[in-house]
Design a protein around this ligand. Sequence first.
Ligand SMILES: [Zn+2]
Length: 179
Amino acid sequence: MKVLILTDVQNDFLSGGALGVKGGEEILPVILRLIPRFPHVLATQDWHPHNHCSFGNPWPIHCVQDTWGADFSPKLDRTKFAAIFHKGSDPNVESYSIFFDAKGQPATGIHEYLQTRKWRDLYFAGLTTDYCVFYSVLDALKLGYRVTVIQDACRAIGDAKKALAHMKEKGAQLVRNLL
Ligand SMILES: [Zn+2]
């Protein structure tokens, strides 16, 4: 079953946000066209307490729980999401991956959710190509999922090419213009 995973499409990662990604908005129209094409859409949120360990080093304060910055882009309709998963809620642990945190513990419960439903065909979109999408994709591959990265529905903070090449080398399929 094909599942679209929208990774951290949150105000703080878009322009005007605390950690705005260059060109982040460009993925929104692509994502809006993708959503109706998938039988299942899941979304994740970076969801930090006010004293999260990443604040100040290496990131500015961002995606604080229940604030505007942590909310989804207003262009997204959350009623289209079958489920929403939060990561980075522990003040002492960073979690780029939606599957495992930096200590190797389950980050969100998404793996169990997918396993229960036998959904194995994951399509990744969102922010950012070189952090949360990247680490989530590598973990998904390790867990045995079939993984596709929708390149034009992702943007990077740093080096997108390098991140994409690495994900491909590990077994992810890269696509663009999926529609
Ligand atoms: Zn974060």
